[in-house]
Design a protein around this ligand. Sequence first.
Ligand SMILES: *Cc1c(COP(=O)(O)O)cnc(C)c1O
Length: 346
Amino acid sequence: MTRPELRLSRGTFRANIAAVRDRIAPSALMLVLKDDAYGHGSRWAVETAMQAGVEWFGSYDIRTALNVRRIAGGDVRIFAWATSSDDEIDEALARDIDLGVGTIAYLRRIIARAAALGAPARVHLKIDTGLHRNGVLPEDWADAVAEARDAERLGHLELVGIWSHIAEASDAEDDEAQAVFLDAVRVAGESGTTPAFVHLTASAASWWRPELRGTVSRIGAFCYGIRSADGPELDGIRPVASLSALVEDIVDGDAVISIGSFDGLPSTLAGMPVGTPAGSRALRAIGQTTSVVEAWPGMAVGDEVILFGAGDSGEVSATTLAERIDTVGEEILTRLSPRVRRVVLA
Ligand SMILES: *Cc1c(COP(=O)(O)O)cnc(C)c1O
């Protein structure tokens, strides 16, 4: 059996990054890399984004941040926001990783490690603006800022950023979140210099809600060409990845292709259109290691079927598949198994 291929278009990734940067300017792009760059592969994503001039990377956990540092070298800024162990904090400080901090307990641990190591930590303090996913509560904010400022005076910390995360589900809720956020920025500013990096928005709000953007925008999905589920197509943004499998056999007049649910294809996608040399055909059934595609004229073993991609062969995007099963495009990409080979195209 030939292995399925996830083909990554460097040109499309660069074009998406350019479109996002144009759209959000003067806010700076922080390319978010969690889940191995949304299934595209961190090394490839970092190298390509650096060629495109990206200067900020967002990594979620410190382990990934350290990997990005190894790939990218010393010139880029890397932001890791998952609460981490003291050992990881030490490594992050040694490798110049900016740390997102959403609790006073974590803030204190970072200050203690920075004091022990004699290296100031670059901290982005997170305010909870209503999502309740980590973040200092508004009633504790002034205390957190005061502790950060005390540590700053002792040379253990630089308060370089204020940030939060919003639901991007309704404009009204996002507006309320922004009001809480701006108040937190004001309180921090009144206690010293206003931190240079203020960031609230991810893909959808950065794109559609310019008034919510800060000096930095943390963006993953749109850079990889993954539009929002139930959201519109986006000018200048195309899927970076396409998933292909070859025809292995012809059974009862239909094509059997070498990809199945064990490769990460949700079996609930049966019935969806896929791309073939003759255009769109139905994906009739999804087995564990093979699937069945409706016939086309001239169909032969070795022909290529595109499960999702930019539409060049009649296939739909990962997000369109995801909508069918009530999830998001990211999930279709990040669940692909290691048997799917990543292949980089120009
Ligand atoms: C995943 C994530 C992002 C990026 O979200 P996209 O919608 O993929 O752009 C930004 N910020 C945080 C905190 C995240 O977890």
